[in-house]
Design a protein around this ligand. Structure first.
Ligand code: 13P
Length: 341
């Protein structure tokens, strides 16, 4: 199969009506933080057991088309001895892999960071592909303060993100391009929108320079929301209008799908915001989810490290996936939260 056909097949499998992506690619420090919140020790066995349990959720493939895994998970087996990427495939879910190596302070730009992980990426991708991964993810972060992100951070991060995307496509791996303008801070929704517009614009400029085929990427951006410490909350409708406005200004229609991150929004907020966007007039791209916390938080709370809670953990995850599936059509209603699953 040609690289073009391979990329297109993966896009077709990932971009489906009523479905989105589950981000289960927490790095070792991040999963330790999530486990600590429920008093579970982050051992390799606990991580395997938890991820095996959530990926085995009956019917998950009804609402989830792809799952992003962490490197360790690619090599782990389910309780029944099935390799976890194979378990995903059996559920009709495409396995993907987080490939960036986290972030570092960006020299010359106080307060800004840059994502690393380009060294040896081609070789790593060959191995991940052999283990079943068909798509990849790379996340950049941008901090909003009075002085950040600097133009240097915006340009330097766009450059590495586009290099990563080009390397992935050359290997037949679909890249998820994730520029995350963080929710931390007391900035307004307007400031989030201004920064995000500059960031997304620069990302697409760099993708063009690197000859990345836009039809074969997924964009994973933040929504336009006020900072967590801002005095005013915004309604889902305001978030939806501002988010779509910024995306229409910056994201070419060739991009098949925009899969939002949840970035610290509550599960209900993330679903409501997505729903409100899908209630606006039709857009050139699909608008869907690639949530980590907003899908897994209720599941982690149900589990609390006790495998006796497997059924309720799986049903908590399934329920959030179903609600977000409804939000894909603009058909979610918060009243659904109080109905039994
Ligand atoms: P959140 O939805 O928890 O922000 O995670 C998505 C993700 O993959 C961040 O890289």
């Amino acid at each position: 199969m040609s690289i073009h056909d391979e990329l297109q097949d993966t896009i077709t499998a990932l971009v489906q009506k009523g479905k989105g992506i589950l981000a289960a690619d927490e790095s070792s420090p991040t999963i330790a933080k999530r486990f600590q919140a429920i008093d579970v020790e982050s051992t390799e066995e606990n991580r395997r057991a938890y991820r095996s349990m959530i990926l085995s959720t009956p019917g998950l493939g009804e609402y989830i088309s792809g799952v992003i895994l962490f490197e360790e998970t690619l090599g782990q087996r389910s309780d029944d001895g099935i390799m976890l990427p194979e378990l995903c495939a059996q559920q009709g879910i495409v396995p993907g892999i987080k490939v960036d190596k986290g972030k570092l302070a960006l020299s010359g730009a106080p307060g800004d960071e840059i994502t690393r992980g380009l060294d040896g990426l081609e070789q790593r991708l060959t191995g991940y592909k052999e283990q079943g991964a068909r798509f990849a993810k790379w996340r950049n972060v941008y901090h909003i303060t009075k002085t950040t992100p600097s133009q240097l951070a915006i340009e330097a991060n766009a450059e590495v993100l586009a290099s990563y995307a080009a390397i992935c496509q050359a290997q037949g791996i679909v890249p998820i391009v994730e520029p995350e303008v963080l929710i931390d801070g007391d900035h307004s929704l307007q400031r989030c929108a201004e920064v995000s517009e500059a960031v997304f614009h620069e990302v697409f400029h760099a993708l063009h320079r690197h000859h990345v085929v836009l039809e074969h990427i997924l964009l994973k951006p933040n929504m336009m929301v006020p900072g967590k410490q801002h005095s005013q909350k915004s309604s889902a409708e305001e978030v939806a209008i501002q988010t779509v406005k910024v995306l229409r200004r910056t994201v070419p229609a060739a991009v098949p799908s925009i899969n939002f991150l949840s970035g610290g929004l509550s599960p209900e907020e993330a679903t409501e915001n997505l729903n409100a966007m899908n209630q606006l007039s039709p857009q050139p791209w699909e608008l869907t989810f690639s949530y980590g916390r907003a899908l897994q938080e209720p599941a982690l709370q149900a589990w609390r490290g006790d495998m006796g809670n497997a059924a309720s953990t799986q049903s908590a995850l399934f329920q959030r996936a179903r609600f977000n599936g409804a939000a894909r059509y603009g058909k979610y209603n918060p009243l659904m939260e109080s109905e039994s699953s």
